[in-house]
Ligand binder design. Structure first.
Ligand code: C5P
Length: 294
């Protein structure tokens, strides 16, 4: 066991972006098999944990009012699950979730919050846990937990738990847009019509933004058609993004957040400003994804 730290620990819970998402089958339990190229943004929620006399949980931030602060929140599920495994280390904690990502929006907000809660509490409580066991513990909370615990550019397969890091992928200037409509992930998956698609083309040579976009043009998000059926206004989001002349625009995960990739940060900033002017009530954020290691 490591020594526990008494100071507060604060970690970003980054937005997860599915650059491409192919549905390749369905398991007997109903979960879908997928093949997804995933990156993480430098923008997200924030999780802060601190030793306290009694457990507490506070939610702040622009989207804080939209989620429950009770035990149905994945943050508390993550705390309780880790405490079950390490009851002797798990002293009471005060947890704050600063919520900046729209709710139920396809960029992994809840999963990323839970993953960052686990990572923060592991440090605060001085726990040492095998990465494989941590992934297993995370997977029990949600299919996207292992990828969010990893936090680097990767290919996710299986139902999202089989991870392969993608090296040498560049940092991608991006804009994320959500028009305010939430869409339910289980409903989207249930509405998918074709489930036996080919996996992603083999990845090689993603050295430049041009290479990444050329590769992505050969891929799709197979959840898009199902999301449009449930939420036709997502077409407006895509149209708005396309009007900024990006290298590529697409929906992330089950939606309804969409992203666009630009050649430069300046182009992404100009797109952010154009979209904010045209749609002042939408969530519009200029960000960039993290680069892959060597
Ligand atoms: O695992 P998680 O709770 O995040 O998934 C939410 C829902 O999305 C699942 O209950 C399932 O209906 C659907 N899902 C799926 N296949 C996946 C991931 C999620 O069908 N690979």
């Amino acid at each position: 066991m490591l020594d526990s730290l008494d100071q507060a620990i604060s970690l970003i819970a980054p937005a997860k972006i599915n650059l491409a998402l192919h549905i390749t089958g369905r398991r007997e339990d109903g979960y879908h098999l997928l093949d997804s190229l995933v990156v993480f943004a430098d923008f997200g929620d924030r999780i802060s944990v601190e030793r306290s006399a009694a457990d507490s949980f506070h939610i702040t931030g622009p989207y804080g009012h939209s989620i429950p602060a009770d035990r149905s929140n994945l943050v508390l599920k993550a705390r309780d699950r880790l405490r079950e495994e390490f009851p002797d280390r798990a002293f009471p904690v005060s947890i704050t979730l600063d919520k900046h990502l729209p709710i139920a929006s396809g960029i992994g907000g809840g999963s990323s919050d839970a993953a960052s809660t686990l990572r923060a509490l592991i440090r605060l409580w001085g726990i040492s846990i095998d990465p494989f066991d941590l992934d297993e513990l995370g997977l029990a909370l949600g299919a996207d937990l292992p990828m969010c615990l990893n936090g680097k550019p990767l290919i996710a397969r299986g139902i999202g738990e089989k991870l392969e890091e993608v090296k040498r992928i560049p940092r991608l200037p991006m804009v994320l847009v959500n028009n305010g409509a939430a869409v339910s992930t289980p409903q989207v998956f249930a509405a998918v019509k074709k489930r036996d698609n080919p996996g992603l083309p083999t990845i090689s040579g993603l050295g430049s933004i041009h290479d990444v976009c050329t590769y992505l043009e050969r891929t799709e998000n197979h959840l898009y058609a199902a999301t449009v059926d449930l939420l036709p206004t997502i077409g407006d989001t895509m149209e708005a993004l396309r009007s900024t002349s990006p290298r590529l625009a697409r929906m992330s995960g089950s939606g309804a957040t969409c992203f666009a990739i630009y050649d430069t940060d300046e182009a992404a900033l100009a797109a952010e400003s154009q979209l904010r002017n045209a749609h002042p009530l939408w969530f519009v954020i200029k960000t960039h994804s993290g680069a892959g290691g060597n």
